[in-house]
Design a protein around this ligand. Structure first.
Ligand code: C5P
Length: 222
């Protein structure tokens, strides 16, 4: 199967030297990309800036801002069987990007932020989608409830939920996997590498159940 994986944070520029970003390490997405390659799948990894080496056998697309990630994902999604959006895309970006470094002045400075485009949501809205769509939900509270809402709102097939405090930078994670038909599975705390192998198995089984060999939907989507 052909896997598309997004990973890492995005950087939303403010001026040529400053940006808005988050603590995402990219470890979960990179581990999924590696596990998918080990299982014999083709992988395209679309990554924001992280301190990790991309797996050698993956097609690698390096991006920075959410708009670049949006364009890269949309360029490749239709040629994929499974799209796993694991990146911690910034929710907001600066309304204006200054072409020159903003000078320090006395007093406060306000920055107007506008929402970024939601990549997962945009794929979920696509008509005749022929790939399995997996989203991630990093929450600090009410993990399960928020994940159920996200699954429905973004029209995904699977949402993988984790506690953001545990999952963002560390080597371990603990997952709740929610499926479109309301099935739920939990995977208790383990290294991201071990979790990634489990996830790849689950995604490829689910994709096989959902699509036949010609990549045509064989089960009804609700
Ligand atoms: O709504 P929230 O940001 O918590 O949703 C997380 C999921 O949505 C992740 O799968 C993330 O990759 C995706 N996302 C996205 N584009 C955004 C924000 C989130 O694809 N602008």
């Amino acid at each position: 199967m052909r896997f598309l994986v997004t990973a890492g944070p995005t950087r939303e520029p403010i001026d040529p030297v400053r940006y808005i970003s988050n603590r995402s390490s990219g470890k979960m997405g990179y581990a999924i990309a590696e596990a998918a390659l080990e299982a014999g799948h083709e992988v395209i990894l679309i990554s924001g800036p992280v301190k990790l080496d991309p797996p050698r056998d993956a097609k690698f697309v390096s991006v920075s801002a959410s708009d670049e990630m949006f364009d890269a994902v949309h360029r490749h999604a239709d040629q994929s069987d499974v799209c796993i959006l694991c990146a911690a895309v910034a929710d907001y970006k600066s309304a204006k990007v200054s072409p020159v470094k903003i000078k320090k002045r006395a007093g406060n400075l306000s920055l107007e932020l506008v929402p970024t485009r939601d990549i997962l949501d945009s794929l979920g809205r696509g008509q005749n989608r022929r790939f399995l769509l997996v989203g991630f939900a990093a929450e600090t509270n009410d993990v399960e409830e928020n994940a159920v809402q996200k699954l429905r709102a973004k029209n995904c097939d699977i949402i993988v939920a984790n506690d953001a405090r545990l999952g963002m930078e560390g080597d371990e994670n603990e997952l709740i996997i929610l499926f479109r038909d309301s099935e739920m599975r939990k995977i208790s705390r383990a290294s991201k590498k071990i979790l990634a192998h489990e996830l790849v198995k689950i995604f490829s089984e689910f994709a096989t159940k959902t699509f036949d060999k010609k990549n045509v939907m064989i089960t009804e989507r609700n």
